[in-house]
Design a protein around this ligand. Sequence first.
Ligand code: ITT
Length: 213
Amino acid sequence: MAGASVPSGVAPKRLLQPGRLVLATHNKGKVREVAALLAGYGLDLVSAGELGLPEPAETETSFIGNASIKALAAARAAQLPALADDSGFSVASLDGAPGVYTADWAQQPDGSRDYQQAMAKVAALAEGHAGRLAWFSCALVLAWPDGHTESFLGEAPGIWVWPPRGPAGFGYDPMFQPEGHAETYGEMSAETKHAISHRARAFAQLAAACLRA
Ligand code: ITT
């Protein structure tokens, strides 16, 4: 059949057209990394923080579920396509904790976040268990004002290390050493992290499905 390129039963992904895209996150580390990954696609990025959009409650128990909440809330409020990132750090011996609650473990009573304390809590809990397997996950969800969404999940396996190492990156980067590397995310250049990270893996799927350079 002329022009048929999508196997039957597989819905085609919706392309993101060049123009304005809301980055539906209030995390500056994520804004920096997602903006770098999106460079060269002709998109005019604006963050949810810059637009003054409220932060919706993350009430789901999966990364994709929470990223969908954030992307849809921003797309509807701004009447623009929106991209949300829900991500987290998991330790195998802690049954995948902190996982979707990674940000919550850093939360302080005054509303600020203390990642040194959060990383120390993870290490203290994991220390007594055998094995150091850990991984980062990143769900990226693109949403449009009409409620359509496209979802992608990237994971990066490795080990947790203690004490934390390296000043680069953000969040839990200094306690994660990705598989095949001697450096932690916190010791790597931004370019190296972007080539191998959970976020880069999710983004590669998104770019292949929804972006045209
Ligand atoms: P938004 O919901 O506004 O996007 P958030 O920081 O609350 O921002 P999440 O709910 O997705 O985002 O929480 C993700 C947590 O995982 C947060 O504590 C991050 O610091 C951490 N995290 C995610 N990706 C990371 C990375 O690449 N390196 C280090 N920590 C990361």
